[in-house]
Design a protein around this ligand. Structure first.
Ligand code: ATP
Ligand code: MG
Length: 369
């Protein structure tokens, strides 16, 4: 993170939040601080629910994969989330009404937004939650999803290109599963797969070129050992139209035998190596956690630079498993980033931050300062 680039970026901040009928949160009127908001309480108190409410206001979905019905308080028919967002040229008012049976109404500054992509470009958030450890320890699809979500937040056409790639891939795979696969109709999908696939793969490569040095730096800043992290794009096929088209042609017989398409950007990975071996199977739990935190710190840094705004950072239960000195260094790195942070913990004394912090207690869904 360079200090000169940082000075050009203004942090996005939630300055007021209201929630009614959301999970176990008692009617909530919440005025967060502009830097670190430490949300503490016992297990089951409602800390993650509060973070989920904030995340929903940005991502329009739950980070726990919950359906809208699960978000509404058991004794309520609807939920309401409202927030004021500052940090841009003018403040924004966000309002989401959630009703049963997947009903939802969005309002941005009192009006229905033209598209959800307008919403996503208004409210940017970076989240870390315990399930994210799978980014370091899990299969490549998790890392692809991480890259894709970042690209969707930065590039207005990436999402639709990826969607058309995936649609063509599903159709091709359906044909490959048929008993008598007609080669000509399978080939009809190869052109779109190679064209859209090259766009997707090249966008991922450019992203990783930009992201990798930031991940490496954040990892060494926090981990501070002599273990270097290696980060690079690992494509299944070189992301050019010709290379993808050739691979599809070459593996047609094998694809037909397998019943699915093996080659293409749907096999890409973001390679993470410690001591020259894959971190996935060799890293310790603490190392996995540090790698994921480094990925998220790098995401925050890159989104800040590319958009001119520091996104809001949400950290659910981040400190467990990081030792004291790594905890301290992690918060130093975040202080430097300068954005608004919401973090939950059962042990506020483990959050080694002296300045710029406001503590909130959650007890039975009630949030107090
Ligand atoms: N739709 C809902 N209506 C009412 N209560 C709910 C709803 N969904 C979840 N809860 C309750 O919310 C509580 C869990 O809250 P949450 O996950 O925020 O806890 P937490 O404070 O993060 O705990 P931990 O420290 O264990 O992570 C549970 O008691 C659960 O029963
Ligand atoms: Mg929790």
């Amino acid at each position: 993170m360079t200090s000169d680039s940082r000075s050009a970026e203004t942090p996005s901040r939630v300055t007021a939040l209201r929630a009614h009928g959301f999970r176990n949160l008692q009617s909530l009127e919440f005025e967060p601080g502009s830097h670190f908001n430490v949300i503490h309480g016992d297990n089951g108190a409602g800390k993650s629910n509060l973070l989920e409410a904030i995340y929903y206001l940005g991502a329009l979905k739950s980070f726990r994969g919950a359906k809208t019905d699960d978000l509404i308080a058991l004794d309520s028919e609807a939920a309401l989330l409202e927030a004021t967002l500052e940090g841009g040229p003018a403040p924004h008012k966000l309002r989401i009404d959630i009703g049963r049976s997947q009903r939802r109404r969005l309002q941005l500054d009192g009006k229905r937004p033209r598209s959800t992509s307008v919403w996503h470009r208004t409210v940017r958030m970076v989240l870390f939650h315990p399930g994210d450890l799978i980014l370091a320890s899990g299969a490549p699809d998790k890392r692809r999803a991480f890259l894709d979500r970042m690209l969707e937040q930065m590039d207005p056409i990436y999402g639709s290109t990826l969607a058309s790639y995936e649609k063509a891939l599903r159709s091709r795979n359906r044909l490959l599963k048929e008993e008598r696969t007609d080669r000509r109709s399978v080939r009809a999908y190869d052109a779109i797969l190679s064209k859209a696939g090259a766009v997707v793969g090249q966008a991922r490569r450019r992203l990783i070129d930009d992201l990798a040095p930031r991940v490496v730096r954040a990892f060494s800043d926090v981990f501070a050992g002599d273990t270097p992290l290696g980060v690079r794009y690992l494509p299944r096929v070189e992301p050019t139209e010709d290379a993808i088209a050739e691979a599809l042609e070459r593996s047609f017989d094998k694809d037909r035998a397998r019943g699915f398409t093996a080659d293409g950007p749907h096999g890409d990975d973001l390679e993470l190596r410690l001591h020259q071996v894959g971190a996935r199977h060799h890293g310790s739990q603490g190392q996995h956690r540090t790698i994921v935190l480094a990925l998220k710190t790098a995401e925050l840094d890159l989104l800040s630079e590319r958009t001119g705004r520091v996104p809001i950072l949400l950290l659910d239960d981040v400190s467990s498993e990081l030792d004291r000195s790594r905890n301290r260094r992690f918060f130093e790195v975040l202080s430097h980033a300068g954005g608004q942070v919401f973090l939950t913990t059962t042990h506020p004394e483990f959050i080694l931050l002296e300045n710029d912090r406001v503590d909130f207690q959650v007890e039975g869904g009630r949030v107090t300062r």
